[in-house]
Write a protein that binds this ligand. Structure first.
Ligand SMILES: CCCCCC/C=C/C(=O)SCCNC(=O)CCNC(=O)[C@H](O)C(C)(C)COP(=O)(O)OP(=O)(O)OC[C@H]1O[C@@H](n2cnc3c(N)ncnc32)[C@H](O)[C@@H]1OP(=O)(O)O
Length: 396
């Protein structure tokens, strides 16, 4: 197979003066827009064809074959060529790749082509920005520790003395770190907490910093920031895993519904005391929680503020697996390191396929939740609960 791969590479590179990526735009990949069969995604398809030519990194023969096959399937349908002879290695490899797509519908092939190119573009972009590894330079954050090693980018909340409560600056930093992780070379991204808490949720002191426009302006700014924050999770393109090292409260619980896997220590608890704080759900939990655990269990958490143990949260489907605290870090990181070695593009594309149908809905839910909260923050119920906590008259 190595011989065939080598010959494939040479064959595609034979046009000599061309860079490997220009060569990669083999003749049959040029789009012949016939004006027929124009569909909604034709523009995306066309853009993807152009993007392929701009890739900075050679994606390798396996991916090239996949692109070739998807292109042929998208434009011509199932393989219609006679099978090349056994010694015609290159055409045989191309034929095999196309034929393997069977009766995949044209529009699915087109979509898969677009998705594959999009994943290649982002990894090619990021490869010019940095390499994975322990020594990789990381942006400095005040409230996070971000590291990248073994194909895993780890974003760790780092305000342990405040139980990792999320300040306004920390929301911004988390968004920045997620955006950077979405473009780096890592295969998976992990969010965790430093210290005994995963996170105690929104820093209740966030609402004491009132701008000149008054509390209404504060509520408006907070709703915009919250919407952006949650959108970043909804749109995150690669597997996102929460390593819940201890108790989680409020928004650090609701956003778990947007993660792809949640591993928890048996010391973790899951608490969304929105009614106690005069608030309402955020992080798309009004949609994801009833979907994950059924409406009755979601009501107990989101309306009555029932705190779940890690095992209860696992039984409800919010948590993937629970580990004894004594072996939690070792077991989880061993597993994550194994997962991080799986093929990057395949994982990305699988996530896209799994999440795509929900994306629009999640953005709409997020917008609605933020608009409701904007009003809630101005309510007496919420203001009193916040003042009671800050004046140390109450705790959860
Ligand atoms: C701005 C736009 C976005 C808004 C999004 C909407 C989000 C909603 C939510 O997330 S709702 C949930 C909000 N969180 C809370 O209500 C938790 C409040 N904290 C507590 O009840 C307790 O601190 C505790 C149960 C988490 C931990 O109790 P304990 O173990 O006794 O520790 P301490 O209380 O002594 O905590 C140490 C230190 O940290 C401060 N702190 C902890 N959590 C928060 C917080 N969420 N906000 C602000 N400050 C927090 C706590 O006050 C202590 O400070 P001190 O040492 O006393 O100065």
């Amino acid at each position: 197979m190595a011989g065939v791969a080598g010959r494939l590479a040479r064959n595609w590179c034979r046009s000599a003066v061309l860079s490997p990526l220009q060569v990669f735009s083999f003749p049959s990949l040029q789009l012949h827009l016939s004006g027929t069969a124009m569909r909604a995604s034709q523009d995306d398809f066309e853009n993807a064809m152009n993007q392929v030519k701009l890739l900075k990194k050679d994606p390798g023969n396996e991916v090239k074959l996949k692109l070739y096959a998807l292109y042929k399937q998208a434009t011509e349908g199932p393989c219609n060529m006679p099978k090349p002879g056994v010694f015609d290695f290159i055409n045989k490899a191309k034929w095999d790749a196309w034929n393997a797509l069977g009766s995949l519908p044209k529009e699915t092939a087109r979509q898969n082509y677009v998705d594959l190119v999009s994943s290649l573009s982002s990894s090619s972009e990021s490869s010019s920005q940095g390499k994975p590894g322990a020594d990789r330079e990381q942006q400095e954050y005040e409230n996070l520790v971000v590291t990248s090693e073994d194909g895993i980018t780890k974003i760790m909340f780092n305000r342990p003395t405040r139980k990792n409560a999320i300040s306004t600056q920390m929301y911004q930093e988390i968004m920045l770190a997620l955006k950077a992780a979405s473009k780096d070379d890592s295969t998976i991204t992990v969010v965790t907490g430093n210290g005994d808490y995963y996170s105690s949720g929104n820093d209740l002191a966030n609402f004491t910093d009132i701008p000149p426009g008054g509390v209404e302006e504060k509520a408006k700014q907070s709703a915009i920031m919250l919407r952006d924050f949650v959108d970043t999770f909804i749109d995150f393109p690669k597997p996102l895993i929460a390593v819940v090292n201890g108790p989680a409260v409020g928004i650090s619980v609701t956003t778990l519904g947007l993660f792809d896997a949640v591993y928890a220590s048996d010391k973790a608890t899951f608490h969304t005391p929105f009614s106690h704080l005069g608030l309402s759900p955020e992080g798309c939990a009004s949609y994801t929680f009833p979907k994950i655990m059924g409406p009755a269990k979601a009501t107990e958490m989101l309306i009555f503020g029932k705190k779940l143990t890690a095992r209860e949260a696992c039984a409800q489907g919010l948590v993937t697996e629970v580990f004894p605290d004594s072996t939690f870090q070792k077991e989880v990181w061993t597993r994550l390191k194994a997962y991080s070695k799986l093929p990057q593009n395949s994982m990305r594309i699988s996530k896209q396929v799994i999440r795509k149908i929900e994306k629009e809905k999640l953005h709409a839910v997020n917008a609605e939740e933020c608009s409701v909260l904007q009003k809630r923050w101005l309510s007496d119920e919420c203001m009193n609960a916040t003042m009671n906590f800050l004046s140390k008259r109450s705790k959860l």
